[in-house]
Design a protein around this ligand. Structure first.
Ligand SMILES: [Zn+2]
Length: 460
């Protein structure tokens, strides 16, 4: 196998290749397909011009969300002791005001004025017990975690007369009642499917063991929690669930209170339109709500709500960065777009031998796209699937979800929004997400230390 790489890199790759054993091994290898620019050429040819409004079609308001968490153990003694801190920030950008911040010639945004917009941000924080912490003297970390999830999701997250109570949002997304099949207590697990959880009755004592079962146990976030293990992944699931529940809460309130307001706003989520792990079963509920919102808007003679999931990292974005120079070469100063259908994903991104019949069937409620802008930047964004449910066969849904006509004006409006907010200042991000991110970030040093100290103070 020919190997012509000349430059040594930091990982000592070239040094390895000079090794006689490696050389002997390479002689026994051939390529499946010889790497070439024509391979990229085939992929590039499948991109098409990105739609653009004339003039650009922009919302009046943008709400961008970003979440961060901190769950590193506090102190260095054993057993390891852990709290989870989750912070979700929303930035509201009033487009008319934002426009005033931009120099129309240089597209330069005054950073001091942008910083002022942070004052609009309303971070919502959650604190959860991790390993070795008994919340309210619960017998296990897991039982305490269940109670903490309930206490924090059942708390009103707004001041004044308004409410955001995420346990109620969870119920509203599920037609106001939720069954829970089995008692979540590890020592019980008996069948309790006859109990119905509602806004009026969000908790029940288990008829078998007497422990309290909470409506929020439906999310099954506690299932990843152990007494002394690292509970970081449960915190990630919680963060993911909270972000999407908050989006659900915003949409529900506007749908019920003032649906016309939904025509003026765009929501920008940080990350894919998907819920992973135990709370993944929430994804069809959010998909259904989006569909209800759009049906309502259609009845009012309006276009669908613009919700964008923007991914700054991940394998689709990695692939996008790889493609960036080929796309820019083939389409200089032209915006191009590709829907990431399952074939494309499997052939060029994931490369599975046994591809799923419908990618993301258990978790995604939005479709991925890759967008190279006129200025040469790459964005991976998602739009909600334009369906009420994933009915029909999986293969059938996989085909329908990539029919671009079904997305109506959303593709054009998403591209316009990304173009408007892309800036040199924030690589691979657009301004609203960057602002929300700056607000949500929990820096581990030295800011994270403060959180550790607060937690320790609270333990005394
Ligand atoms: Zn029980």
């Amino acid at each position: 196998m020919p190997y012509s790489r000349q430059t040594a890199d930091k990982s000592g790759h070239a040094e390895f290749v000079r090794n006689p054993d490696v050389q002997a091994f390479l002689k026994q290898c051939t390529y499946l397909r010889e790497p070439s620019d024509s391979e990229a050429g085939n992929i590039v040819a499948s991109y098409s011009p990105a739609p653009a409004g004339q003039p650009a079609r922009l919302p009046e308001f943008v709400v961008a969300s970003d979440a961060s968490k901190s769950d590193s153990p506090i102190g260095d003694k054993l057993p390891s002791t852990q709290f989870g801190f989750i912070k979700v920030s929303h930035v509201l950008i009033v487009m008319a005001k934002y426009q005033e911040l931009i120099d129309p010639k240089s597209r330069f945004v005054d950073p001091f004025k942008v910083a002022e917009m942070h004052r609009n941000a309303q971070p919502i924080t959650f604190v959860l017990p991790g390993s070795n912490i008994k919340y309210h003297n619960a017998p296990t970390v897991r039982d305490g975690f269940r109670k903490a999830v309930y206490d924090q999701l059942a708390a009103n997250r707004r001041t004044g007369a308004n409410r955001i109570v995420l346990s109620e949002t969870l119920l509203m997304l599920n037609d106001n009642q939720l069954p829970i099949a089995n008692c979540p207590s590890v020592t019980c697990k008996k069948e309790i499917g006859h109990l119905v959880f509602t806004v009026q009755q969000p908790t029940h004592p288990c008829p078998h063991c007497g422990k309290t079962v909470y409506v929020t146990d439906w999310l099954r976030l506690h299932e990843g929690i152990s007494d002394f293990g690292d509970n970081a992944s449960a915190m990630t699931r919680m963060m993911n669930a909270v972000e999407h529940l908050l989006l659900g809460a915003f949409m529900l309130e506007m749908l019920q209170g003032n649906p016309m307001a939904l025509t003026k706003v765009a929501f920008v989520m940080d990350g894919p339109l998907a819920l992973f792990g135990e709370p993944a079963k929430l994804h069809p509920r959010i998909m259904k709500l989006m569909h209800q919102v759009n049906e309502k808007l259609a009845r009012l003679g309006q276009e669908p709500l613009l919700v964008i999931g923007l991914q700054k990292t991940g394998i689709v974005m990695d692939h996008g960065r790889l493609m960036q120079r080929f796309l820019e070469k083939a389409y200089p100063r032209q915006g191009v777009l590709r829907v990431i259908d399952d074939t494309y994903r499997n052939d060029y991104i994931t490369g599975s031998d046994d591809p799923a019949e419908n990618f993301g069937h258990e978790s995604y409620y939005g479709q991925d796209f890759l967008f190279k802008t006129e200025t040469g930047r790459i964005f991976n964004f998602a739009l909600p699937y334009p369906f009420a449910a994933k009915d029909g066969s999986r293969a059938d849904f996989a085909a329908r979800k990539v029919e671009l006509a079904r997305y109506g004006s959303l593709l054009e409006r998403a591209c316009d929004l990304i173009r408007y907010f892309e800036l040199d200042l924030y690589s691979d991000a657009i301004v609203p997400v960057a602002l929300a991110h700056r607000h949500a970030s929990i820096s581990l040093e030295p800011g994270g230390r403060v959180l550790d100290l607060m937690a320790r103070e609270g333990l005394r």
